[in-house]
Design a protein around this ligand. Structure first.
Ligand code: ATP
Ligand code: MG
Ligand code: MG
Ligand code: MG
Length: 438
């Protein structure tokens, strides 16, 4: 992508309305634009990061055996009357009437709709286990939307729903999602700790939240710091096998959110030197809730003995539009964002220090073509601007590698690479640049 042809509206001034660093940086780096309280447009740079985050989530969901579909954002109220949640949900639900005065709502979550799909098509225990998921916009009329897309009213959620014949099988489905979540956050560079959590209005008795520790986080959390450097299950994890040992290992050390913590239990379980009481950001939440929806909504299958059995369900949410700012909270410095490579909007930025100079332009054009041909997601700063402005932009938007071509180096056939994370610089032959970045 040529920066001169791109749409990157960076802000020079620090936006006053933004209280936390991720919100400030997302505005300054031209990633988002607020359209109304809690409603955001994702501008090209932000959207690119969001899509990389979404892709990692989808890959790990698919790897764990979940199957992707897409449900609408608008749902009929009657479906929610069946479960009893239409009245129970309260003011967070945006209720809508169409021209025929039929009642709808903008979905805050999808348990009812997925249960309706399930009961329509699945009739036999032989079709279980089943886990269906989608990545779709949700709306919750939050009392206090804030911190940019960290707590917005319209937000993207990946929500998965598992269906099983028994609690025992449902717990296995829960363990698969648990491991998939561990892998998902790790691939984004995040340390996210699974914590015992309150099941809230969704109900049920088994639930974990993933928390990224950050001072700006909205929840108080209590955990054992040995969870912070536990190895993450690898890519070769067999999701058809027994995942209980991994689940047990991760849940054997104490970790709970403020709603669930029992201070006496915490102090007894965690030696003083390992205690972490801190603040954190909820980036994901999983629940097992048994037959809470399948019973009232009659989602049953014929069991092995011919009896109709209400399926045991779980739901599994993760918020991509919250993960983007959470990643920035974890990875930034005074100059701007420092993206982990896996979610960086571009892998490298090619900086032409003397745009307009025939030799510099020719060398950069050739190198840019070569980098793109090698499959590297490149940004090319070909703007007619001074070196200082180019470095400031590159640092602000956090691209992992800056590949710098200036007239002096060019004479010697050399380029410079600056690593955004460490600030380390190295000089190398231009001919080696592709291999070095790839
Ligand atoms: P919170 O406690 O922050 O209000 P929640 O517990 O209400 O979140 P869940 O119903 O568990 O949220 O939804 C699953 C995930 O969706 C959350 O873990 C979070 O990552 C994301 N999410 C929920 N609400 C928002 C929001 N208002 N803005 C952005 N992401 C959100
Ligand atoms: Mg909430
Ligand atoms: Mg919560
Ligand atoms: Mg939650």
């Amino acid at each position: 992508m040529r920066l001169s042809r791109y749409f990157l509206p960076v802000l020079r001034d620090v936006p006053k309305e933004a209280e936390i660093v991720s919100h400030r940086l997302m505005l300054r780096a031209g990633m988002i634009r607020q359209q109304a309280s809690g409603l955001y447009s994702w501008l090209p740079l932000g959207y690119k990061v969001l899509m990389k985050v979404q892709k990692i989530i989808e890959e790990e969901q698919n790897r764990s055996g979940a199957v992707q579909l897409l449900m609408p954002t608008i749902q009929p109220a009657d479906l929610w009357r069946e479960s009893g949640r239409y009245d129970a949900y309260g003011k967070e639900m945006l209720r809508i009437e169409d021209r025929h005065e039929r009642e709808f709502l903008y979905g805050p979550t999808n348990e009812e709709m997925i249960t309706d799909i399930f009961r329509t098509y699945v009739k036999s225990y032989k079709d279980l286990p089943l886990n269906l998921y989608h990545v779709q916009w949700k709306f919750r009329d939050e009392v206090r939307p804030r911190f940019g897309t960290m707590r917005s009213r319209e937000f993207l959620m990946k929500d998965a729903y598992s269906f099983d014949l028994s609690k025992e099988d449902a717990v296995k489905a829960y363990e698969r999602m648990f491991v998939a979540y561990m892998r998902t956050y790790a691939r984004m560079g995040l340390t996210a700790i699974p914590m015992r959590a309150d099941t809230g209005p969704i109900g049920g008795d088994l639930s974990h939240e993933w928390i990224v520790l950050a001072e700006t986080g909205e929840s108080a959390v209590f955990c054992d710091n040995r969870l912070l450097d536990k190895p993450i299950p690898g890519q070769d994890t067999d999701f058809r096998g027994d995942l209980k040992p991994i689940f047990d290992d991760w849940t054997s050390l104490y970790a709970a959110t403020e709603d669930m913590v029992d201070m006496a239990e915490y102090e007894a379980a965690v030696p003083e030197e390992h205690r972490v009481s801190a603040r954190g950001i909820e980036v994901g939440h999983i629940f097992y809730f048994g037959t809470k929806y399948s019973e009232p909504m009659k989602a049953t299958v014929t069991g092995p003995e011919g009896k109709e059995i209400a399926v045991h369900m779980g739901s599994y949410g993760i918020g991509p539009t919250r993960l983007v700012p959470a990643i920035i909270e974890a990875f930034h410095d005074e100059a701007g964002i420092v993206w982990p490579v896996s979610v960086a909007p571009f892998e490298a930025v090619l900086i032409n220090l003397k745009a307009g100079d025939a030799d510099s332009d020719a060398a950069c054009e050739a190198l840019y073509d070569e980098l793109v041909a090698a499959g590297i997601d490149m940004l090319y700063d070909d703007r007619d601007q001074g070196a200082g402005a180019k470095f400031t932009t590159a640092d602000l938007i956090g691209i992992p590698y800056q590949l710098i071509i200036g007239p002096r180096g060019l004479k010697a056939g050399e380029a410079e690479i600056k690593h955004r994370k460490t600030g380390e610089r190295e000089t190398l032959p231009i001919a080696d640049a592709v291999a070095r970045i790839k």
